[in-house]
Ligand binder design. Structure first.
Ligand SMILES: [Zn+2]
Length: 337
């Protein structure tokens, strides 16, 4: 379809030449707002205080703000964390099941494949990110583990810390929940799992759109041209957050890497149906029904997955033993004085 050239889409198209985001800020905020509604009563109540809730929503956009900086070293570090273009693994002859969950081992796997298969990287690659599939599953898992760490020391400070320490530890949990949320949200935008991230590229037997405005249309253009999702209606369709069960297989990965990877693989399967919807004009403002259902399902999927990760991090986080010993010693020393 031809995407309406409202002022917004012109601006979005211009923006896209700078950087491809996933959901726009409003959609990322919505995902977090939805996720917060599903947390159990046992989840620490301070996260629902209005100022903390607002901060979690604000932070949903934080890793995209880092992308606004054009510094090449920051782009190199940060941009790859926002996507995992599955087809770009194929030239390396690495299957998803064979990926190391250690980020730098994965980089080695790729470097070895590059040398063995004599793969050339694209030219004009000033930030050295082109030709790389991306790090989204690693970003989700590593940010999950940083949240686990924040809960681990919060649990100890809540019992043995000063008021300042408790306040700082709570603030860090809020920050970590917010940063993790961004990557979980990105993964539910199917165009963040594919080399066809902004219009179909290469062989195109089914005649899918090649528009360079397609990505920003899915990010938020569609909702701005039709009707923003209704928070209450979407929230009423969500189940309570539940704990993630580790697969009983030979999964030796720490954190929930396999879960994050499987989540992304499942979103990748929705990429071609998204192009198909567009081809059938179901993402058009005139006939938005099926497109709206599809995109709202993706937002709900992100919210549900995010809430499960938050809930699991809080439950699984073991009390920080090192800190416990340190604070016990501090208490003793204070008592001796
Ligand atoms: Zn992003």
């Amino acid at each position: 379809m031809k995407y309406p050239r409202s002022l917004f889409t012109v601006a979005a198209a211009l923006l896209f030449t700078l950087t491809a985001h996933a959901w726009d800020y409003e959609r990322h905020r919505l995902i977090n707002d939805l996720a917060l509604t599903t947390l159990s009563k046992e989840f620490p109540a301070f996260v629902r205080l209005p100022a903390n809730r607002e901060r979690i929503l604000f932070l949903s956009g934080e890793p995209d703000r880092w992308r606004n900086n054009r510094d090449r070293a920051l782009r190199h570090l940060n941009s790859l964390d926002h996507y995992f273009d599955l087809e770009d693994l194929a030239p390396y002859q690495i299957k998803p099941a064979d990926l190391s969950h250690f980020r730098y081992r994965y980089v080695e796997q790729m470097a070895n494949a590059r040398a063995r298969l004599k793969l050339e990287l694209p030219e004009a690659n000033s930030d050295h990110i082109k030709g790389h599939p991306g790090f989204l599953p690693w970003a989700i898992n590593e940010n999950y583990l940083k949240l686990v760490s924040a809960f681990s020391y919060l649990k100890v400070y809540e019992k043995m810390g000063t008021e300042e320490e408790k306040a700082n530890a709570r603030a860090n949990v809020i920050y970590r929940m917010g940063i993790l949320s961004h990557y979980v949200g990105d993964a539910a935008q199917p165009l963040h799992t594919t080399k066809h991230f902004n219009g179909w590229v290469g062989d195109n037997p089914k005649g899918y759109t090649t528009s360079r405005r397609f990505h920003s249309w899915i990010d938020g253009g569609f909702f701005k041209a039709t009707q923003a999702p209704d928070l209450a209606a979407l929230a009423s369709a969500l189940r309570p957050a539940k704990l993630i069960v580790r697969p009983p297989s030979r999964d030796l990965a720490s954190g929930h890497f396999q879960y994050a990877l499987n989540y992304i693989l499942a979103q990748h399967k929705k990429m071609e149906p998204l192009y198909q919807l567009d081809k059938e004009k179901k993402l058009s403002p005139e006939t938005p029904g099926a497109g709206k259902i599809f995109l709202e399902t993706q937002l709900k999927t992100a919210a549900q997955t995010l809430a499960d990760l938050w809930q699991t991090a809080q439950t699984e986080a073991p009390p920080d033993r090192y800190l416990q010993t340190y604070l016990a010693q501090r208490q003793l020393q204070q008592e001796e004085k």
